[in-house]
Design a binder for this molecule. Sequence first.
Ligand code: SAH
Ligand code: SF4
Length: 357
Amino acid sequence: MGSHSSRQPLHSVTLAELESGLRELGQPAYRAHQVMEWIYQREKRLEVWTGMTNLPLMLRNVLEEQYPIFLPEVVEVSGSRDTTQKFLLRLHDHEFIETILIPASPALYGEESDRRTLCVSSQVGCVYGCKFCASGLDGWKRHLSADEIVTQVLLVEKISGERIHNLVFMGMGEPLANYANFMKAITILNAPWGVGLGARKMTVSTSGLVPRIRELADQPLQIRLAISLHGASDTVRNQIMPVNQKYPLAELMDACAYYCERKKQLITFEYILIEGVNEDPSEARLLADRARHLRAKINLIPYKTVEGLPWKRPSEQAQETFLKILHDCGIAATIRREKGHDINAACGQLRRRASSS
Ligand code: SAH
Ligand code: SF4
């Protein structure tokens, strides 16, 4: 029973956990609903226990002790409303993360268009060390707790005054490596008593953690899956993504097929185009084969330069050639020409700048 007596951030708690915590205090379960309404309902969104006026004062004090409310501090907002806006957040231990608000534009992952998407972080740093990625450069720091994931959404909705319709787990970190906290966060984000976002409006991106993809396939939430492929052969992938040595493409593709089959969903392949690395026409044809096999959609992303790394994007012409090969093979593919390139858009770069100054 000890778990209920230890302190737990309120935004990390599920309704069922709060109900059982209240029961232990001899309180009726409906109090848990009242608390969730105060913190998650759009018109309320309280950030302090003191305002929860339909709860007895004594009880508020006890609950505040047991379920403290922690909110990261927003230290910088950059970009503008009609482009990409980046929010730099400082966590309680002074680590930085970023979360990125992408304005209404044709849908990247779901079926619906013209809705705002938030790109959230799942860890501080990343242990997977993909050669092209800024998040891995400073190495691994720690997992985010569930509340540190959930409050990214709450804070951005508050500061921007905009409602967020879609979430992509494509900020800093590898969400599936932080599986328990990630699952808890999406449970809270999805729940009707929580933020109330549809599971189909959430996309998790992974560099290819095969056992976790299978685990995710086996649980009921209809969250979408995007695979950071970036190479269609083991040769190319091994050069840029160390994770491929652990989970080579054949195993990854099997796990993807399993996901599609269990969820009755189609997945997306993310493919960064990097000059001289993965832009060869032969790689495009191999990519088309892999996509056809799973009926996967492909998002091509021109590489965003990272300070301190040698990689570049191919010329626009080379990008178009790559895209055309995919189209000629009958594959649904698009090039994502993001608007945020000029404001340091590659994942992890904003934190690097903040923590090194
Ligand atoms: N760790 C997860 C999710 C975070 S990365 C993953 O790898 O999928 C989100 C996406 O940004 C991934 O597809 C990643 O490969 C891509 N990315 C990383 N660095 C990039 C860069 N410099 N330019 C363009 N995309 C980049
Ligand atoms: Fe980590 Fe994803 Fe960056 Fe690879 S691409 S280092 S898995 S955040």
